[in-house]
Every structure is written in structure tokens, then in C-alpha cells.
Design a protein around this ligand. Structure first.
Ligand code: NDP
Ligand code: MG
Ligand code: MG
Length: 340
């Protein structure tokens, strides 16, 4: 059985007298930095000299330095710049890593796929909230927690896990519960989940459903509501009470139709494709593709983004969402703004 760690399992002496360099002040960075600071930990935010994030970090009352300066000063370096720039930023900070320091991540990609090769005399850990940064911050301010993960890749001090737990405590994760995993498991399940189910799978399902209705002559607005808008209501029910909670709440007709038709739409062929996608994650094919894509200036990525933006469902959805003002209140991007 999986052990879940809570506040009482963490020993804050492993972080309270240390300095944490938070590199990056984006989604995760701003949340970790502010939560750590509010927990009484000494924080220095590492940002490049011309960074557009410097003002925000200063306005939030935090000390700002360059990534190299911040890392040189810190005991724990929390690497929260985008995954694609982490190898470059690592080169800037490696000289500042002293024996016994900790290099810490919120996602295992660069360590697991050997894009960052840390020195042998530092601890390498992961402390990752399972949530976007703005929720990590909002929950902390509301005296609530955000579930998280910890992992240890390299333990030279013998205290790597204790320190990761203390960090998870200081950003509020042990309030909700923290599970221990490995860099490999975190990286591979995260990539598979976002590709096959969460981001990729769901958008494909929505687009195919929408196109099927529109091609059969139904109105795009109706197709939009049935195949995209209502998805949130269904997901909310699954989130609260699992699949059973959702089946319980929908009509018997919806339940019977779903139980008899769902597995025909997403069937054993989709399952085989999922296994292929997982293999590409496991054998490094996806990682290689994404690294090369970045080195080439993201040509396919830009093209695919453009095509997605131009999809009919986006053209139909925008004015519809504007018509329904209640949607604004649940729009999480709004909550990301400091004054919200
Ligand atoms: P963001 O894209 O939000 O990070 C942006 C920040 O990084 C900005 O402050 C930006 O500053 C800085 N930055 C960008 N490029 C550079 C550079 N070349 N040198 C120095 N600073 C730079 O990152 P996320 O918070 O999304 O992700 C951080 C880590 O957290 C990743 O490992 C990610 O996988 C992980 N993670 C993210 C989650 C999420 O919900 N977003 C959830 C769980 C984990 P500037 O103004 O200088 O560009
Ligand atoms: Mg991910
Ligand atoms: Mg219906």
C-alpha cells in the first residue's frame, strides 16, 4: 500500500534554517516562492537580468537575483523554469552547487532523460504539487493544502527525503497529503497522462464528437454545448465521487447509452494506440522528438498550435462563452491574476 505523508510526518528543521533559490517566477515558481516565504523560509528568486517576472517577484516582497547568484547563495535550488530551458539554466548555476546542496525539481523530465547531469555530490529531489501553481498559492492562503509528490533521485547527505518532505510541508502539500514516487514513475505517468488522456485524448474526443454532429447537419452551437461545454459538469462529478458518482447523477438513459456505447467509441484499437504512446514515453522516443523540435525552433509545434486555434469548434465557442457570463466566475485563468 502507498504511504501518504501529512504535516506530522514532516520535520521542518530540515528546511527552516536553509536558503531556497527558486529559479523562475511563473506558474509553479511564484507559488513555491511565496508559500516558502510565508512559511518563514529564506527565499531568493533567480531570474535573468531582463526578465519580465522581476517586477512581480519584487512587488510580492521577494528578494531577486540572477539564477547563478541565487543558486550560489542557496542550500536548495528549486528549478522552476520551463522544462525546455532547464538544461541551459543548469549550466549557469552548476558552479554554485556546493557539496551537500540540493537540486530540486517539480517534474522529472530533464533528470530522467539525462538532459541534466547533476554533480555526484549534491542531493537531487522532486517536490511537486499535483496542480497548477495558482491553485497551490490560493490553497495555501486559504489554509488548505494541495496534494503532491516527492521523489529522491540522488541522496548524498542521507537526508534527501526528509528535506523534500520538509519542503512539501512549507509549500502546503503535506496539509493535503504527499505520496512518494520515483523520477521515472513521475515523468512517465505525467507524460502519458497528458498525452493519452488529459490534454491529447480529451481534445481529440471532443473534436471528433463535434465534427460528427456538425457533419450530420446539426447546429455547431448545439454540437459545442453537447461535446465540449457539458464536459466540465461530467468531469466535476467524476472528480467528486469517481465514475460511480457520475453514473449515479446522470439519467438512466444516459447511463445505459454510455455503458453500451462508450467502449465502442474508445475501444481496443485506442487501447493499442495508448500502449504505443506509452512505449514512446518509456523508450525516450517522445523526449527525443520534443528536444529536437525545440532545437529546430518548434516548426511542427507552431503549425499544430495554429491548426488547433483555427478549428471550427474554437470559432464557434468564443462568442458562445462570452454570452454566458457565469463562465467568467469559474475561469481559472482569471484567478491567476493577483487582484482576483
Ligand atoms: P513557467 O512557464 O510558468 O515558468 C516561467 C518562468 O520561468 C518565468 O518566471 C520566466 O521568466 C522563467 N524563465 C523562462 N525562461 C527562462 C530562462 N531562459 N532563464 C531564466 N528564467 C526563465 O513554468 P511552470 O511553472 O509551468 O513549470 C516549472 C516546472 O514545474 C516545470 O518543471 C514543470 O514541468 C513543473 N510543473 C508545472 C506545473 C504547472 O501547472 N505549470 C504542475 C507541476 C509541475 P522570464 O520572464 O525571464 O521569461
Ligand atoms: Mg505534465
Ligand atoms: Mg444530455
Amino acid at each position: 500500500t502507498t504511504t501518504v505523508y501529512y504535516d506530522d510526518d514532516a520535520d521542518r528543521t530540515h528546511i527552516d534554517d536553509k536558503t531556497v533559490a527558486v529559479l523562475g517566477y511563473g506558474s509553479q515558481g511564484h507559488a513555491h516562492a511565496q508559500n516558502l516565504a510565508d512559511s518563514g523560509v529564506d527565499v531568493v528568486v533567480g531570474l535573468r537580468a531582463d526578465s519580465s517576472s522581476r517586477t512581480a517577484a519584487r512587488e510580492d516582497g521577494l528578494r531577486v537575483a540572477t539564477p547563478a547568484e541565487a543558486a550560489a547563495e542557496a542550500d536548495i535550488v528549486s528549478v522552476l523554469v520551463p522544462d525546455t530551458v532547464q538544461p541551459t539554466v543548469f549550466e549557469e548555476i552548476r558552479d554554485g552547487l556546493e557539496p551537500g546542496n540540493t537540486l530540486q525539481f517539480a517534474h522529472g523530465f530533464n533528470i530522467h532523460y539525462n538532459q541534466i547531469r547533476p554533480p555526484e555530490n549534491v542531493d537531487v529531489t522532486l517536490a511537486a504539487p499535483k496542480s497548477p501553481g495558482h491553485l497551490v498559492r490560493r490553497n495555501y492562503e486559504a489554509d488548505e493544502g494541495t496534494p503532491g509528490l516527492i521523489a529522491v533521485y540522488q541522496d548524498t547527505t542521507g537526508e534527501a527525503k526528509e528535506e523534500a518532505l520538509a519542503y512539501a510541508h512549507a509549500i502546503g502539500c503535506t496539509r493535503a497529503g504527499v505520496i512518494e514516487t520515483t523520477f521515472r514513475e513521475e515523468t512517465e505517468t505525467d507524460l502519458f497522462g497528458e498525452q493519452a488522456v488529459l490534454c491529447g485524448g480529451v481534445t481529440s474526443l471532443v473534436k471528433q464528437g463535434y465534427e460528427t454532429l456538425v457533419d450530420a447537419g446539426y447546429s455547431p452551437e448545439m454540437a459545442y454545448f453537447e461535446c465540449l461545454n457539458e464536459l466540465k459538469l461530467i468531469v466535476d462529478l467524476m472528480y467528486e465521487d469517481g465514475l460511480g458518482g457520475m453514473w449515479h447523477s446522470v439519467s438512466d438513459t444516459a447511463e445505459f447509452g454510455g455503458l453500451t456505447r462508450g467502449d465502442r467509441v474508445v475501444d481496443e484499437h485506442s487501447r493499442e494506440r495508448m500502449e504505443e504512446v506509452l512505449e514512446e514515453v518509456q523508450d525516450g522516443t517522445f523526449a527525443r522528438e520534443w528536444i529536437l523540435e525545440n532545437q529546430a525552433g518548434r516548426p511542427s509545434y507552431s503549425q499544430l498550435k495554429q491548426a488547433e486555434e483555427n478549428h471550427d469548434i474554437e470559432q464557434v465557442g468564443e462568442p458562445l462563452r462570452d454570452l454566458f457570463s457565469w463562465a467568467d466566475e469559474t475561469d481559472e485563468t482569471d484567478a491567476d491574476k493577483p487582484e482576483a
